[in-house]
Design a protein around this ligand. Structure first.
Ligand SMILES: NC(=O)c1ccc[n+]([C@@H]2O[C@H](COP(=O)([O-])OP(=O)(O)OC[C@H]3O[C@@H](n4cnc5c(N)ncnc54)[C@H](OP(=O)(O)O)[C@@H]3O)[C@@H](O)[C@H]2O)c1
Length: 249
C-alpha cells in the first residue's frame, strides 16, 4: 500500500522505531532509518533489503539540529522524496523531581521535544510537496507521544511535560496543514516491551519494575502506525491511545 512512498523513522535502531520501519518497508515504502547506533541500523537495513525492500541508514543524533536536518535532507536527496515522517525517538527518565539530576531533564527535553521539532521543521516543506505532487496526494507526520502525554503522575513530571508538549504541537500543526493534506497524527502507547525503561538509574528502574504489568510488543504499535499511514486520502486518524488490555492507568 505504500509502494513508491518514502518514510523516515527516527529512533529506528530499537523498539517501536525498528518495528515501524520494518512494517512500513513491508508495505512497500522505502525507509530511512535514523538513530545513533549505526550497527543496529545496518542490521535492520540488511533485513529489509533481504526482503526486497529499500533502506537508507542515517547514523544521526537528532538532538543536534544540523544532524536532524541532514537526516531529513539526505532522505530526500537519496530516496527522492518524503511522504511519511515518524517522529519516534525518545527517552524516558523517571523518578522524583526532588533531587533529580538536571542532566536527565535536559536529555528528555533535548530529544523528546527539540529533536522532534528539528525533524518536523525540516520535514514539513517536503511533506507539503509530497501531498501536492505525489500519486497519493497525501503525506503523514506521526508523532509518538505516550499515555504519559495525557495524564501526569508523580515521578514522571518532565517526561509528562515533554509528551504533553508533543501532543500540543501535533494538534496545532494538524490544524495548520490539514487542508493541504498533510495529516499529523499522535500515537500514545501504554506499556510496550522495549529498551525504553533500561536507561533509568538502577534505583529508579527497581521501583518502576515493580509497577510493570502486561506489556504490548513494539509490533503492536507498528501495526497502529501502519494503519494510520495507509488510510485513504480523505481519512485522517488524528490521535490513537493504545494500552495493553490490563493496563488500568
Ligand atoms: N516503550 C513504551 O512503553 C512506550 C510507551 C509510550 C511511549 N513510548 C515512546 O515510544 C518511542 C520509542 O521508544 P521505545 O519504547 O521504542 O524505546 P527504545 O527501544 O529505547 O527506542 C528509543 C529509540 O530512540 C533512539 N534515540 C535515542 N536518543 C537518540 C538521539 N539522540 N538521536 C536519535 N535517536 C535517538 C534510540 O536509538 P539510539 O540509542 O541508537 O540513538 C532508539 O532507537 C519514544 O518516544 C517513547 O517515549 C514508549
Amino acid at each position: 500500500m505504500l509502494k513508491s512512498t518514502v518514510a523516515l523513522v527516527t529512533g529506528a535502531s530499537s523498539g517501536i522505531g525498528a518495528a515501524t520501519a520494518a512494517a512500513l518497508a513491508a508495505q512497500g515504502a522505502a525507509v530511512a532509518l535514523a538513530a545513533r547506533r549505526g550497527d543496529r541500523l545496518d542490521a535492520l537495513a540488511a533485513d529489509i533489503r533481504g526482503q526486497g525492500g529499500t533502506a537508507l541508514v542515517l547514523e544521526s543524533d537528532i538532538t543536534d539540529q544540523q544532524q536532524a536536518t541532514d537526516a531529513v535532507e539526505r532522505t530526500v536527496a537519496e530516496l527522492g522524496r518524503l511522504d511519511t515522517l515518524v517522529n519516534n525517538a525518545g527517552v524516558m527518565l523517571l523518578g522524583p523531581a526532588v533531587g533529580a539530576p538536571l542532566s536527565e531533564w535536559q536529555r528528555m527535553v533535548d530529544l523528546n521535544v527539540l529533536g522532534l521539532l528539528y525533524c518536523a521543521h525540516a520535514a514539513v516543506p517536503h511533506l507539503l510537496r509530497a501531498a501536492q505532487d505525489s500519486p497519493r496526494q497525501v503525506a503523514d507526520m506521526v508523532n509518538i507521544s505516550s499515555v504519559a502525554g495525557r495524564v501526569a503522575r508523580s515521578g514522571s513530571g518532565v517526561y509528562n511535560l515533554t509528551k504533553h508538549g508533543v501532543g500540543a504541537f501535533s494538534e496545532s500543526l494538524r490544524q495548520e496543514v490539514a487542508s493541504r493534506y498533510v495529516r499529523v497524527s499522535l500515537v500514545e502507547p501504554g506499556a510496550t516491551a522495549t529498551e525504553l525503561a533500561s536507561h533509568n538509574r538502577p534505583e529508579v528502574l527497581d521501583s518502576i519494575r515493580s509497577q510493570f504489568g502486561q506489556t504490548m510488543d513494539a509490533g503492536d504499535i507498528a501495526d497502529a502506525i501502519t494503519y494510520i499511514v495507509t488510510r485513504p486520502r480523505h481519512v485522517a486518524v488524528n490521535e490513537m491511545l493504545i494500552r495493553p488490555t490490563e493496563q488500568v492507568r
